[in-house]
Ligand binder design. Sequence first.
Ligand SMILES: Nc1ncnc2c1ncn2[C@@H]1O[C@H](COP(=O)(O)OP(=O)(O)OP(=O)(O)O)[C@@H](O)[C@H]1O
Ligand SMILES: [Mg+2]
Length: 273
Amino acid sequence: MSGRQADCFISNVSRKRDGSVCYNGVIIGLGNVMPLITVKDLRKTYEGEDVKTTVLQGVTFSMEKGEFVAIMGPSGSGKSTLMHILGLLERPTGGEYRLDGNDVAELSDNELARLRNKRIGFVFQAFNLLPKTTVEENVELPLLYDSDPMERNGKRIAEALEAVGMTHRAKYFSNQLSGGEKQRVAIARALVNDPDIVFADEPTGNLDSKSGLQVMRILQRLNDAGRTIILVTHETSTAEHAKRILRVVDGKIVSDDPVLTRKIAKDGEESLK
Ligand SMILES: Nc1ncnc2c1ncn2[C@@H]1O[C@H](COP(=O)(O)OP(=O)(O)OP(=O)(O)O)[C@@H](O)[C@H]1O
Ligand SMILES: [Mg+2]
């Protein structure tokens, strides 16, 4: 009897840890066996008027729900491009991307936008907050596509600000905040739609070490709560807060390793290093 069947031999009907349903030891239904993200031979070439830039040259990997993956690699290696494709901001020019088993290439631009708004939060190195706009208005932006009543939106904004410790600055304009505070607001904006995947492209890149640590603590907490986190960073010490590190060189994955001694960002610590 195979190990897979042996797992099931508890009673007539049982459910394995991966969600598959068994009857008398035989798998009769697959559960959450589908990876959250699967990319196969993913390629991206930008075509300008007279230049062609090949950025991704056949990227293949998969990721389960609840993972925390750091993507590292030299400048220009294609990390942001990969994040933008995974985050449904751009389409690949070759290969396959499946999200929850669904081929993303089959979705229209509108369907992609809807899926992105519902499931994906993005945090950028440069914060990308609207200036002369209050903290709560910035956080509200992703909700403007939604038809929820205003009072429910208010609750969601308050919860997102609370999650990043920025409730006390809700009425401030974004240009009245420090860099670390701006990034926490940007994370609140990424969280307000309760996405299950959060992409963070060098979120600590413009921050001092203490603010960077706060950002990593927030990302780890989000991951502990079940969200999948995909982080781009240049710093090994930041990447070690993730659970797995993918290295990209010249548009290809050159290594894919678990983090054996993971760093946990704790309250009261002074810096990321
Ligand atoms: N819209 C675009 N048109 C043409 N080329 C592009 C475009 N976007 C990115 N590139 C090129 O793709 C390459 C990879 O860019 P990407 O932003 O993915 O790199 P990266 O690994 O994120 O680098 P960094 O660490 O500096 O952020 C670069 O050489 C860049 O010039
Ligand atoms: Mg980049």
